[in-house]
Design a protein around this ligand. Structure first.
Ligand code: GUN
Ligand code: FE
Length: 453
């Protein structure tokens, strides 16, 4: 059993990507952690205070071929869709919502069902190394509070929203807020619940204002939630320009793109997370950048529901803040390592193109690819920056949210040979090949929240 790391000094090989495009790997680093799980120093063997820091009674050492990485920040998860992971992927978004997803989400009016599913979801995500999770829950007050309670108990850093959806034209009778007032009052009640949760003084759990997406909501709810976001200053999440159908629906109803419409409703702020955002014009990207909102890029879900590949490189060039999301269950994997891999392969497909009947110079969009280093950054520090939280990198003042990757696990699918692999190669092998079986321990703010049996 690896210890809690609060008040300890950890000696380990660390690998992180604090800035987009580069990684830092430190062999035998010393990380000192204070009693509330905050990093107080990160030392290399060549640093003057290294030997002094090493002479402590509170030293914890990791084994050879164990590597400390920042925990993953998953910017987009539908918690109630956990039982649907890996199925119902054969119809378009608008059919999938009505036929599969709304009937499943409606079941969370049963809080016993919610407790069972959410407990399994959160412990599974911790085992996959997701230390910060941004969740859509359902319209239900009790079940959404249950999700918050479970995250607090199991120790996952979580951003949680009661879903608001009141539009009779788009939401079925069996799964809809009764009216605009119910959507707004329910949102406010959940935000207040989280802000006064006993045991949440450190803000591990945060409330998120969550209009599902423009099609699900009336204008009254969208503008009411925009006002609420300004009043509370809390995070906002929604879906933006996800698919052809969704983008066209919003254009027809509002005469605007999702980005402009959300901005007019007051929903595009410094703490807004926009899922997908595939169909963004240059102007929309500029607007998102100027408001300081971030994008949750969900590459695997986009394969099934989005009709297109998110222009990630273009967004990064415009300095739009981007992180990655699994979009459980639109994306059929709970693993942020899979999100990294799919972000890389989607960017390659975009660059090369996909239609062999086109000539090579016509087929793709040049300069679209991202590297494994960039994907690693987006899944950790990039996501943290979208949320404005001090995690995702090993630096003084950041919380010790981390995973220990064990490259030697026999059940796993990476193999390391130190006579042939550089440290950078080892990180590349981890990003491309590690699985849940390699994640031996997960910590949030220095607390051990998962330990492999
Ligand atoms: N748009 C509105 N709701 C959803 C959802 O649950 N999943 C995805 N991928 N898109 C949505
Ligand atoms: Fe989604």
């Amino acid at each position: 059993m690896m210890d809690d790391l609060k008040g300890k000094t950890l000696q380990t090989t660390l690998m992180h990507a604090p800035e987009l495009g580069s990684v830092e790997i430190i062999k035998d680093a010393l990380i000192t952690i204070d009693h509330d799980g905050t990093i107080s120093s990160v030392l290399k063997p060549s640093d003057p205070y290294y030997e002094t820091a090493l002479a402590t009674d509170n030293l914890v050492k990791t084994a050879k071929r164990q590597y400390l990485l920042p925990g993953f920040v998953d910017l987009h998860i539908h918690a109630p869709q956990w039982p649907q992971l890996g199925k119902a992927l054969d119809v378009p978004l608008e059919v999938w919502l009505q036929k599969h997803t709304f009937p499943l989400e409606a079941r969370y009016k049963d809080n016993v069902f919610a407790e069972r599913i959410y407990g399994d979801l959160v412990s599974s995500l911790l085992a996959h190394g997701t230390t910060s999770a941004v969740y859509f829950a359902t319209i239900h007050q009790d079940a959404t509070r249950t999700l918050a309670d479970i995250c607090l108990n199991l120790g996952q850093r979580a951003f949680i929203g009661k879903v608001a959806m009141d539009n009779e034209d788009q939401c079925p009778d069996f799964y809809r807020d009764a009216d605009a007032a119910a959507a707004l009052d329910g949102t406010r009640a959940f935000v207040d619940y989280v802000l006064s949760m006993p045991g949440n003084d450190a803000g591990l759990i945060r409330p998120v204002i969550t209009p599902r997406f423009i099609p699900s909501c009336t204008d009254a709810v969208l503008s009411g939630l925009g006002q609420m976001a300004a009043d509370y200053g809390c995070h906002v999440q929604t879906h933006c320009s996800e698919s052809d159908w969704e983008h066209a629906y919003v254009l027809e109803r509002t005469g605007k793109t999702d980005t402009e419409a959300l901005d007019n409703f007051g929903l595009l702020g410094r703490h807004t997370v926009l899922a997908h955002s595939n169909f963004l014009s240059d102007d929309a990207m500029d607007l998102i950048h100027s408001r300081g909102s971030g994008v949750a890029h969900c590459p695997l879900s986009n394969v099934y529901f989005s009709n297109a590949v998110f222009p990630l490189r273009r967004a990064l060039e415009k300095s739009v803040r981007v992180g990655l999301g699994t979009d459980i269950s639109g994306g059929p994997s709970a693993s942020m390592l899979d999100s990294c891999r799919h972000a890389i392969s989607a960017s390659r497909n975009l660059e090369e193109g996909v239609d062999p009947s086109q000539s090579g110079d016509q087929r793709g969009t040049s300069d679209s690819r991202i590297s494994f280093r960039e994907a690693f950054h987006l899944a950790t520090a990039g996501g943290a920056d979208v949320l404005d939280i001090p995690v995702g990198r090993f630096a003084k003042g950041c919380k010790l949210d981390a995973i220990l990757v064990d490259a030697d696990n026999q059940a796993a699918s990476i193999s390391i040979d130190e006579t042939m692999d550089s440290q950078d190669d080892i990180l590349q092998k981890i990003i491309n090949g590690a699985t849940r079986a390699n994640i031996s321990t997960t910590w949030v703010a220095g607390r051990t929240v998962h330990q492999q049996a």
